[in-house]
Write a protein that binds this ligand. Structure first.
Ligand code: KG4
Ligand code: ZN
Length: 340
């Protein structure tokens, strides 16, 4: 079979305006990301109104650049894929409206994509041998889920975050020690200079829900530690704190994933989402998987954080299943991940 399906993919759920052209779900012809991080950094986090306005300003040029870099005209595109949730409603709307306009004008099929399905699908780009079923640990700024990817776009959810998502905890702890937004990569860097055994932070287990996560306890414990040191007039050992906090989060994530792999007899494990770029997590997961003879997959950092190539990968498999959205496709800020 030599048919080539090329998807123009659009992602605007948070603070990256992104477009990509992806062939047959796995071959990235272009991947353009216009990041608003510098703008939001001034405010210490994403300001929704500013995000929407910047998406509107950038979206057309980002799409044109993606088509140019792929050396494909709109005539050579077979479908338009777009993130329609979850995310910031005003930000999502820019991408959804743009995708609808292009598909309507060009008579192209429209495929709405769940942002988290996109993150999982980022793994298909660089690992041609990876196919479902596999276990996936999804760790982003807004989500923490442990799932079995039963088939393309079909997830059996084993566990989820009860409170803060992993990335959210990284961002909040980073902010508390004066690191800039987004905090995850800053903690990751600083952790490399610290001693992960220096401070003992809790690792939450939830009674009766072995695969659920709770990171608000460790976050509060870090904030208490900082306050106590301040009250005592002591300096805060930032590198040791970053390393110890990261170790606490990473060990919970790794233990949950390993327990699930064992219980469900799965020998392939993947990481997805922005926190999958974390060096400590990659190291701990690599070691744990190696010890148990499991194969571990994770995307390159550029495909871990928000991008449109991952949306193009997910859209392709939805397209192949026959999924087509109508002109009533809307942004759904709290779109749920369905469990099979
Ligand atoms: O997946 P993503 O780009 O956006 C969402 O869908 O939420 O994830 C962003 C999150 C942020 O919380 C950011 O701090 C975190 O991923 N992150 C990291 C690293 N790079 C990004 N966390 C830890 N270590 C990193 N290297
Ligand atoms: Zn994301």
């Amino acid at each position: 079979m030599s048919e080539k399906i090329r998807i123009l993919a659009i992602e605007t759920s948070c603070d990256e305006t992104a477009a990509a052209v992806v062939e047959n779900g796995r071959r990235v012809l272009s991947n353009v990301i216009s990041s608003q991080i510098e703008i939001h950094r001034l405010y210490g986090g994403v300001v929704p109104e500013i995000a929407s306005r910047n998406h509107m300003e950038k979206i057309n040029q980002v799409i044109n650049q993606a088509l140019e870099e792929a050396d494909v005209a709109l005539d050579g595109i077979d479908a338009v894929g777009v993130t329609y949730g979850p995310g910031l409603v005003g930000a999502l709307l820019v991408g959804v409206a743009e995708a609808k306009a292009i598909s309507y004008a060009r008579g192209l099929p429209l495929v709405g994509v769940h942002h988290i399905e996109g993150h999982v699908s980022a793994n298909y780009i660089e690992h041609p041998e990876l196919e479902p079923p596999f276990l996936c640990l999804i760790v982003s700024g807004g989500h923490t889920n442990l799932v079995i990817v039963e088939d393309y776009g079909e997830f059996r959810i084993l566990g989820s975050a009860r409170d803060d998502a992993a990335g959210e905890a990284f961002d909040k702890v980073a902010r508390a020690i004066g690191l800039r937004y987004p905090g995850g990569p800053e903690i990751d860097k600083l952790a490399g200079e610290g001693n992960p055994q220096a401070i003992s932070f809790p690792r939450a287990k939830i009674e009766g829900a072995p695969y659920d996560f709770s990171f608000s306890g460790v976050k509060s414990s870090v904030l208490n530690y900082i306050n106590q040191r301040k009250m005592q007039g002591l300096e805060i050992p930032k590198a040791d704190l970053a390393a110890s906090f990261q170790r606490s989060v990473v060990s919970v994530l790794t233990e949950h994933a390993m327990q699930a792999a064992e219980e469900f007899h799965i020998d392939r494990v993947a990481l997805a989402g922005g926190v999958a770029a974390n060096q400590g997590l990659r190291r701990a997961m690599s070691q744990a998987c190696e010890e148990r003879g499991l194969a571990l997959y994770y995307p390159s950092p550029v495909y871990c954080t928000d991008n449109a190539a991952m949306i193009g990968a997910a859209a392709y498999y939805e397209y192949k299943k026959g999924v087509r959205h109508g002109w009533d496709l809307n942004a759904v800020p709290n779109l749920k991940l369905k469990s099979v």
